[in-house]
Design a protein around this ligand. Structure first.
Ligand SMILES: NC(=O)c1ccc[n+]([C@@H]2O[C@H](COP(=O)([O-])OP(=O)(O)OC[C@H]3O[C@@H](n4cnc5c(N)ncnc54)[C@H](OP(=O)(O)O)[C@@H]3O)[C@@H](O)[C@H]2O)c1
Length: 326
């Protein structure tokens, strides 16, 4: 057993108040496990919600947070090919630690040439964007996709993937100043999320009939987005940044038969056959190698300063990265 630092919370609550940096022991890897020494890990909104006890499923406490991160394999279990030692990999959970064990089937090998800081943000948000675009509508070249929270990591990945696939994106943002940055990624249109959004968006769409809208905000923002869908169109909710409930006018169902779906990557990964999971990560890593999904890092903190790091992450504006090891 060797001892390493890990961020942990022993009770749910405000992340900056309940997170501690503890010494934890790491046992040698079991038969099908690898031991990974972590380089870096981002702080995603869901990580904060998990620590608050308001996301998905309850965790056993104490828990190490961190939905994703990048590190290097330093040891392997008896059934794992020794060639894994030294490989850069992505881990999927409990990432805010210097070292830990993960089952081999839950790590993803990172191709040579992809920097750890870039790779560390590829496990959650770009795969979510890929699946949102491919699972809910059979989009044709030239079709419009609508989305709010377009400045988020998921939103930016939606723009880049759609642009590559020949689908147009209408992007709803809180800050008009974000438009230029999103256009540089390939956004076809950017509108501001206010009471004039519907009219501005209809001007852009010019009679087109969008069949897919992606919602990560909820409340009135989602209502406005759904209002732009054609009859029978689908609004997929995958996030709730405003923490406001969906408000769906009865007429959206009665007269337009809109479809309201939800998406959670964790649920998808648990249910998908292994070949679909590897195909998903292959697509994401290939696009990343071509320059997509570059993180917008606004601050970096060492693991020992995790409380300050989460406080900065709560301010928004881009990703905060925990710099853990070299
Ligand atoms: N369901 C899934 O499987 C899944 C997977 C991945 C992510 N998600 C969800 O997707 C969402 C985005 O995650 P991310 O990591 O991409 O986020 P991120 O990069 O940290 O960006 C946060 C986004 O939320 C916006 N925002 C923050 N507070 C807001 C508020 N009160 N009202 C409206 N907008 C607000 C920000 O807008 P500004 O730029 O204007 O600040 C920004 O667009 C989160 O809700 C996350 O939980 C879900």
């Amino acid at each position: 057993m060797t001892s390493f630092l890990a961020a942990r919370y022993h009770r749910c609550g405000r992340p900056g108040e309940v997170l501690e940096v503890d010494q934890v022991t790491v046992a040698p890897p079991r038969k099908h496990e690898v031991t990974v020494g972590m380089f870096c890990a981002p702080i995603n909104p869901a990580d904060l919600n998990v620590i608050e006890g308001k996301y998905g499923e309850a965790r056993d406490l104490p828990d190490v947070p961190g939905s994703e991160g990048c590190g290097r394999v330093v040891a392997v279990g008896a059934s794992v090919d020794g060639a894994w030692v030294g490989r850069k990999v992505l881990v999927d959970g409990q990432a805010w630690r210097e070292s830990g064990n993960w089952p081999l089937d839950r790590v993803v090998a990172v191709p040579d040439g992809l920097a750890a800081d870039h790779a560390a943000v590829l496990r959650v948000n770009p795969p979510t964007a890929w699946l949102l675009l491919h699972q809910f509508a059979a989009l044709q070249p030239g079709d419009w996709v609508l989305q709010n929270a377009a400045t988020s990591a998921v939103g930016r990945a939606v723009i880049e993937i759609a642009h590559q696939r020949g689908w147009k994106t209408l992007n709803v943002v809180r800050r008009a100043a974000a438009a230029e940055e999103l256009r540089a990624l390939g956004a076809d249109a950017v509108v501001v999320d206010d009471e004039d959004m519907g009219a501005a968006a209809k001007d852009v769409l010019g009679g087109a009939a969008p069949r897919l809208a992606l919602n990560a905000i909820g409340g009135v923002s989602a209502t406005r987005l759904a209002g732009l869908l054609t009859s029978g169109g689908t609004l997929v909710t995958y996030g709730a940044m405003s923490k406001e409930a969906l408000k769906i006018p009865n007429g959206f169902l009665i007269f337009r038969d809109l479809i309201f779906r939800g998406f959670w990557l964790t649920r998808w990964l648990r249910a998908a056959p292994p070949d679909q999971v590897s195909s998903l990560f292959d697509q994401v890593l290939r696009l990343a190698a071509s320059g997509c999904f570059t993180p917008r890092v606004v601050a970096e903190f060492p693991l020992a300063e995790v409380a300050a790091a989460v406080a900065r992450a709560e301010e928004g504006g881009g990703k905060v990265l925990l710099r853990i090891g070299g």
